[in-house]
Design a protein around this ligand. Structure first.
Ligand SMILES: [Zn+2]
Length: 131
């Protein structure tokens, strides 16, 4: 795979205003709004900003929370940060490569990780596996 230079700047020009609101300004899409909530095929979820692989289809599960949810993440693909906004203490997750805001991780996921990565669908691009 060819590495793009200035990868981290790609997303500024390529995204919709809703994507920028979520990914740059730490917004949240309306619950239940993402078609990726219903995506169950095997494949890979990429960062919509820089196309780094973040999750595989087999890491996704139906949490019923209204956003695409994953119980683990591809090694090194994301970084976390404590978020004190909205009078809550949450762990914010963002793309390790381009720093785009993705969502939050909560400690109420399924075994074995016990983690629930609650991710805005607009921050993701899904590519189904070729069979
Ligand atoms: Zn990214």
């Amino acid at each position: 795979m060819v590495q793009q230079s200035k990868k981290e700047f790609l997303w500024v020009s390529n995204l919709s205003s809703e994507q920028l609101r979520v990914m740059r300004d730490h917004g949240t899409e309306p619950p239940g709004s993402s078609p990726l909530n219903y995506e169950t095929r095997s494949g890979t979820y990429f960062c919509a900003g820089c196309h780094t692989s973040l999750f595989h289809g087999n890491m996704k599960y139906d949490s019923g929370c209204g956003w695409p949810a994953f119980f683990t993440v591809i090694d090194g693909a994301i970084e976390t940060e404590i978020d004190h906004s909205h009078h809550m203490v949450r762990t914010e997750v963002h793309c390790a490569n381009c720093k785009a805001h993705l969502g939050h991780v909560f400690p109420d996921g399924p075994k074995p990780t016990g983690e629930r990565y609650c991710i805005n669908g607009v921050s993701l691009k899904f590519k189904k596996e070729d069979v």
